[in-house]
Ligand binder design. Structure first.
Ligand code: 8YV
Length: 331
């Protein structure tokens, strides 16, 4: 494939200079309107391009992949998580999948900390209140009491790059950090992050004051936080999710929060995104964000650069740096 003959389709608007560079390098079709594409529109792009650049909002399932034209050879996801793509179906069809890891780690970890502060210290509730005329009648000793962070225990589910970046930050706030992961980390990483491994997720949940979900959404983590597991958390606990909504049973979470069986939640992602369980909207102890943990100019720029490097390397006949392995080849 010669580079500027490579036909690339991008499903959403990207930063201007990324689009400009892609336009110079490849025969690129952009989505000027930035409107989410329908399934049929995605199918049409996959029938006519060598490379598709989708985002988390585009579901590229096995059916679409199997209907793609034989010329489609690369799906270069603009995003870290690839649960929007059936990677195994792509692999079976000889289509390579890449993602954009590492460049959004620090921004996402910052947002986890922002939520860890926002929920127990009632930041958003306070802001809402002060905007309601007459609601702030002046200071009093029992006014807007929250919960202190220092000395509390944070449990991190999923100790990859983002989980580790959260642990480093959490220590500075005086939190004790424990984690659960498929595999225990090397002792050096545990020492550097100050995090202690707990081999049983159930046991970890029973003992934490705050829990942060930082694992990817896979068949194995779908509803990992089920009604039963949410019931193991102490009633004062705060739950933070910046990963994927599907990892938590959102209906069971709304039940637990409404019934006062959970202290609060900070959610940047939702099970049926962009829909949000309406019961969550009623609760003051819940902070809701529109999937914006990695939304910084810097991360979007670096994600775009990664997409370009992945396409360019692939079109040049080499293995792209951010190749996503099929599930049977992951370890
Ligand atoms: C991105 C994300 O903004 O990269 C991810 O996995 O969840 C987000 O933070 C999104 O995926 C862009 O496609």
């Amino acid at each position: 494939m010669s580079l500027n003959a490579t036909k690339v389709a991008v499903t959403r608007r990207l930063p201007a200079d990324i689009e400009e560079r892609m336009g110079e390098l490849f025969d690129t079709r952009f989505n000027q309107t930035d409107a989410a594409l329908s399934r049929d529109e995605l199918g049409a792009l996959m029938a006519a391009h060598d490379v598709l650049v989708p985002t988390v909002a585009d579901v590229i399932d096995g059916e679409l992949i199997n209907a793609a034209g034989a010329q489609l050879k690369l799906i270069a996801n603009f995003g870290n998580g690839t649960d929007n793509i059936d990677v195994d179906a792509a692999h079976a069809r000889g289509i390579t999948v890449t993602n954009t890891p590492s460049v959004l780690t620090e921004d996402t970890a910052d947002m986890v900390m922002a939520l860890i502060l926002a929920v127990p210290r009632r930041l958003v509730e306070g802001d809402r209140l002060i905007r309601k005329p007459g609601s702030f009648k002046g200071w009093s000793p029992t006014w807007m009491l929250g919960r202190r962070l220092a000395g509390k225990r944070l449990g991190i589910i999923g100790m990859g790059r983002i989980g580790q970046a959260v642990a480093r930050r959490a220590r500075v706030f005086g939190l004790e950090v424990v984690y659960h992961n498929r595999n225990r980390l090397h002792a050096d990483v545990e020492a550097e992050t100050g995090a202690t491994y707990v081999d049983s997720l159930d046991r970890m949940l029973r003992t934490v004051d705050i829990v942060s979900v930082n694992c990817p959404h896979t068949p194995a983590t779908y509803h990992l936080l089920s009604a039963r597991r949410l019931g193991l958390l102490p009633p004062h606990a705060t739950l933070i999710n910046t990963s994927r909504g599907e990892v938590i049973d959102e209906g069971a979470l709304a039940d637990a929060l409404s019934a006062g069986r959970l202290g609060g939640a900070g959610l940047d992602v939702f099970e049926r995104e962009p829909a949000v369980n309406p019961r969550l909207l009623e609760l003051d102890n819940v902070v809701l964000l529109p999937h914006m943990s990695s939304a910084t100019m810097e991360s979007r720029q670096s994600m775009g650069e990664k997409v370009i490097i992945n396409i360019k390397t692939f079109a040049d006949g080499h293995r792209p740096p951010d190749w996503v392995l099929p599930s049977d080849a992951r370890f």
